[in-house]
Design a protein around this ligand. Structure first.
Ligand SMILES: Nc1ncnc2c1ncn2[C@@H]1O[C@H](COP(=O)(O)OP(=O)(O)OP(=O)(O)O)[C@@H](O)[C@H]1O
Ligand SMILES: [Mg+2]
Length: 158
């Protein structure tokens, strides 16, 4: 499914809808966020984390690689692989121990093997003054989630 997001508020609303579409515990979900610099990946991740109940700041994980959040819906790990150059480095950031929560990953292209263990690829692209988000389900449960989001629609569902 794809949806046009005319402004930042639409990206934020979409991040909230995404969180709401995940049933029950967030544990074990892996969401990949792709798109060029400035496409809105962090905006979407921030909205997702706040929708799960986080009230403080959402710092960029560019240097720390992982920012953990312990929230009522479960743990969320905001991961940014921009500075990672090889798949081996995933071990150093303790990737395998992050499966007790939802991993939302910016720049997953740095570790191409992640696609095999992910649920959902979320791609953001520039379109005019706004952005277009495209969801590609990579697991059966993500297929249901994408269908549910499609059914909910949005103010700008095209
Ligand atoms: N749908 C939208 N339409 C227009 N602008 C948007 C939209 N969504 C987010 N933005 C704006 O895009 C800018 C960049 O957003 P953001 O930092 O989330 O991008 P990013 O993909 O994380 O970039 P980077 O790769 O540099 O980390 C912000 O100023 C944000 O307000
Ligand atoms: Mg970012």
């Amino acid at each position: 499914m794809t949806r046009f997001l005319p402004d930042e508020a639409a990206t934020t609303a979409f991040g909230r809808q995404l969180l709401d579409a995940i049933p029950g515990d967030l544990a074990g979900w892996t969401l990949l966020l792709t798109g060029e610099l400035g496409a809105g990946k962090s905006t979407l991740a921030r909205a997702f984390i706040k929708a799960a109940g986080h009230t403080g700041a959402v710092p960029s994980p560019t240097y720390t690689l992982v920012e953990p959040y312990s929230l009522p819906r479960g743990n969320i790990y905001h991961v940014d692989l921009y500075r990672v150059s090889s798949e081996d480095e995933l071990r150093y950031l303790g990737w395998n121990e992050l499966d007790d929560g939802c991993r939302i990953v910016e720049w997953p292209d740095r570790a191409p093997g992640l696609v095999a263990q992910a649920d959902l690829a979320i791609h953001l692209a520039y379109e005019g003054e706004g952005r277009r988000v495209e969801l590609t389900p990579l697991s059966e449960r993500a297929g249901k989630l994408a269908a549910a989001l499609d059914a909910v629609g949005g103010s700008c569902n095209l």
